[in-house]
Design a protein around this ligand. Structure first.
Ligand SMILES: NC(=O)c1ccc[n+]([C@@H]2O[C@H](COP(=O)([O-])OP(=O)(O)OC[C@H]3O[C@@H](n4cnc5c(N)ncnc54)[C@H](O)[C@@H]3O)[C@@H](O)[C@H]2O)c1
Length: 145
């Protein structure tokens, strides 16, 4: 199975981030503009300090009667974010997402944010890998006739 490095080589390393003191409204605008479901929250040194997802908004703003323009990202972000390195396999990443019920994992190399992987990326890579295996088997069967 391919590594996260292979996945990022196709998808790209760009990561949309936001600071902890930005408003939740600004975060939502950024997610809508980039058509993504999560932002990595970074401090002034660009270290990962949290993750803000659409789920955080749904569970911690609307349900608590908060107002997105008056709420800081730091107040609702998820902390203790699970990260992977580019050396980890796509399968291992899928296992982490399933076990921890998360949909986005930042990729960190030597303490530096170097990418992000979502559940859609992982599923897509796994389907592609299965398709490749099927084609190999078809070649094998056809060739052995
Ligand atoms: N065909 C594909 O290869 C593919 C890949 C990923 C997602 N999708 C589809 O997109 C939809 C939503 O995807 P999702 O649930 O995986 O989450 P998502 O909407 O958050 O992610 C969509 C894409 O944006 C990227 N992304 C997310 N947050 C980012 C950030 N902060 N900075 C930079 N890139 C970021 C993801 O890595 C992914 O490639 C689903 O319908 C899914 O099937 C398709």
């Amino acid at each position: 199975m391919k590594s996260i490095r292979h996945l990022l080589a196709r998808k790209g390393n760009a990561v949309q981030t936001i600071g902890p003191d930005a408003s939740v409204f600004e975060a939502l605008e950024s997610m809508a503009r980039h058509d993504i479901g999560a932002l990595v929250v970074v401090d002034d040194e660009a270290a990962v300090i949290g993750l803000l997802s659409e789920r955080d908004y749904a569970r911690k703003v609307i349900l608590y009667g908060r107002i997105s323009r008056d709420t800081r990202v730091r107040d609702i972000m998820t902390t203790g974010v699970l990260c992977v390195t580019s050396k980890q396999t796509v399968d291992a990443c899928m296992a982490l997402m399933t076990r921890h019920r998360i949909r986005h994992i930042p990729v960190v190399e030597n303490g530096q944010l170097s990418g992000i992987v979502s559940i859609g990326d992982v599923v897509s890579a796994i389907i592609e890998n299965q398709q490749f295996t099927i084609e190999q088997l078809e070649h094998y069967i056809t060739g052995s006739r």
